[in-house]
Design a protein. Structure first.
Lengths: 130, 86
């Protein structure tokens, strides 16, 4: 099954499920962003399944137009978009305080791994043939 | 102060640091001079304080780190950001 895409306020949203240490969380306010090098999720949501900053989590700094932001890196068990599943995903986790509700950003790293085909006519995304 | 000085003053603690002198080099954020804005027992306290202060003062270069690390290692990337229709 392909993942449904939804256009809202000019951004492309999809539904994502994330798993960490046996707990699973479904996220709706996730955007697909080929302009983001990495995949990023909101700490306030992921803390619900036990994701917290730890001693040896690498620190990343994201330099943006509206200022800079620090996030930590975490490897989670899986990310599921539609029927596509990615295991042992390295993600960034941060506050994502951008002035509107956002649970996460699917960045180019994960889209490349999936081999994502983004169909903006049918408004769906699926894994392409390699 | 330097990272070594921070580590001697606050061994095995989470600290909230503010970079006084820093630059970017080969996708790394190099912090040469810093002050300590807070000292914490747990990662959650340090990160919560960081998020509070970052919201109030987005232009200040504040970040949480643990003094068990011998070096400060920060990878850096550029992102234009999200701009929804308003």
């Amino acid at each position: 099954m392909n993942a449904a895409l939804q256009l809202k306020d000019g951004l492309l949203y999809c539904q994502v499920s994330v798993s960490f240490q046996g707990q699973r969380l479904s996220l709706n306010a996730v955007i697909v962003d080929t302009g983001s090098e990495r995949t990023l999720f909101a700490i306030d949501r992921l803390s619900q399944i036990g994701v917290t900053p730890e001693l040896n989590d690498p620190l990343h700094r994201i330099r943006g137009v509206g200022g800079d932001e620090y996030v930590f890196l975490k490897t989670i068990d899986r990310i599921q978009i539609g029927t596509f599943v990615s295991e042992s995903c390295e993600i960034e986790v941060g506050k994502m305080d951008y002035g509107f509700e956002l649970d996460g950003i699917i960045g180019l790293d994960l889209l490349l791994e999936i081999g994502a085909v983004i169909d903006l006519v049918r408004m769906e995304m699926y894994a392409g043939n390699r | 102060m330097t990272w070594n000085e921070v580590r001697i003053l606050h061994p095995n603690r989470w600290v909230l640091l503010e970079a006084i002198n820093a630059h970017s080099e080969n996708n790394r954020h190099i912090v040469e001079d810093m002050t300590v804005a807070g000292v914490y027992e747990t990662s959650l306290e340090a990160w919560q304080r960081y998020h509070e202060l970052h919201r109030l003062y987005p232009q200040r270069d504040l970040f949480p780190y643990h003094t068990s690390h011998s070096q400060i290692d920060i990878a850096e990337r550029v992102w234009i950001g999200v701009r929804p229709a308003t």
